[in-house]
Design a protein around this ligand. Structure first.
Ligand SMILES: [Zn+2]
Length: 346
């Protein structure tokens, strides 16, 4: 069966010309979770010609409440494969390019250059700033969303004088761990769903050259009371072509920060003391038998770790421990993160 775009072709802003523009467009979606799911559904439905999908994760059962494009029977399978199948089911005319990797300083610029727009559907600040910096350097528009519990914000960067980049607003990149992620802070499924739908809307507006692209504005939306506000977010004078003065090069990191192990016992053999940074509730459900310092306490008081020793931070999936290790390393503490987290040990 052929895709039918008749309901959007009726809009005077779209028409045959707009539909053809969508058909020629290439959009990169970074992260295939709660934000990425609605983004890829709406862009596939709209007939965007090519979607690039990047995500290194496998589906976890705890993802499904906010990522309903996936099925419980698919737990454990790579999200890029599942998302590719979801796009094909909605619109087989859309070409999909899968990238089963994590966006990093080595691949970010090349990937973002290969697309017309990048949509930030990541759940961590490090990736958001990496996308920002690469988008500015590559002169590509980027649509950002951040969600925290019941609220979130939207921002659009475009290579023009109106649109601020993330570093125009936050010249000193925000660290992960200061603001909780879904694993720690909790989230109700429709919250990222709503923001992902708005990201898809902004992406289509950019591709169709429609008005209302959040130029110089940051949109805040709180779903507890449905209040919304737009803050002025002007581009800084020092953020001009060819790039924002706050961007020097894409941030790289020491690849040894993540450690792969068969068991926690192997950590001691490498001279690493294991620190379990999960919540007390998580530990009660699945004890690991290691020293416990909750992530928030550790980041608030890094001196809990003796400066002469080396540590291995562990959490459920390796995401929080990596974020915490990155932050503690900036304070000169010798920390590593267990790659894949405790769930990878089995
Ligand atoms: Zn800037």
């Amino acid at each position: 069966m052929q895709p039918d775009y008749s309901r959007q072709l009726l809009l005077k802003e779209i028409g045959a010309q707009g539909q053809a523009a969508l058909g020629r467009a290439r959009v990169l979606i970074v992260g295939l979770g709660g934000l990425g799911s609605p983004v890829l559904q709406y862009l596939a439905g709209a007939g965007v010609g090519c979607l690039g999908l990047i995500d290194a994760d496998a589906l976890d059962a705890s993802n499904l409440h906010r990522q309903p494009i996936y099925a419980l029977s698919d737990v454990g399978r790579p999200k890029v494969e599942l998302a590719q199948a979801a796009v094909a089911a909605i619109n087989p005319a859309v070409r999909v390019e899968t990238h089963g990797a994590r966006l990093d300083a080595d691949n970010a610029l090349g990937l973002i250059r290969a697309y017309d727009i990048v949509v930030d559907c990541s759940d961590n600040f490090r990736t958001k700033f990496l996308i920002n910096d690469a988008a500015v350097l590559a002169h590509r528009p980027a649509v950002f969303a951040s969600v925290y519990q019941y609220e979130g914000q939207l921002q659009v960067y475009k290579p023009d004088p109106q649109h601020a980049c993330l570093r125009c607003l936050w010249p000193d990149a925000v660290s992960d761990g200061v603001v909780g992620n879904c694993a720690e802070a909790g989230v109700l499924g429709p919250v990222p769903g709503a923001f992902g739908a708005l990201q898809a809307m902004l992406c289509l507006k950019i591709l169709l050259n429609m008005s209302g692209q959040l130029g110089g504005e940051l949109l805040l939306l709180d779903l507890t009371n449905f209040s919304s506000s737009k803050l002025k977010a002007p581009r800084r004078a020092e953020c001009v072509a060819p790039a924002c003065a706050h961007i020097h090069e894409l941030a790289r990191e020491d690849s040894s920060i993540e450690v792969m192990l068969e068991s926690l016992d192997a950590a001691a053999q490498q001279g690493l003391e294991v620190i379990d940074i999960r919540t007390a509730q998580e530990i009660a459900e699945r004890p690991a038998g290691a020293r416990h310092i909750p992530m928030a306490d550790l980041l608030a008081n890094p001196r809990l770790l003796e400066p002469t020793r080396k540590f291995l931070l562990v959490c459920a999936t390796g995401r929080r421990s990596l974020a915490a290790a990155r932050q503690l390393r900036t304070q000169g503490i010798a920390v590593h993160s267990l790659s894949g987290g405790l769930q990878a040990l089995r």
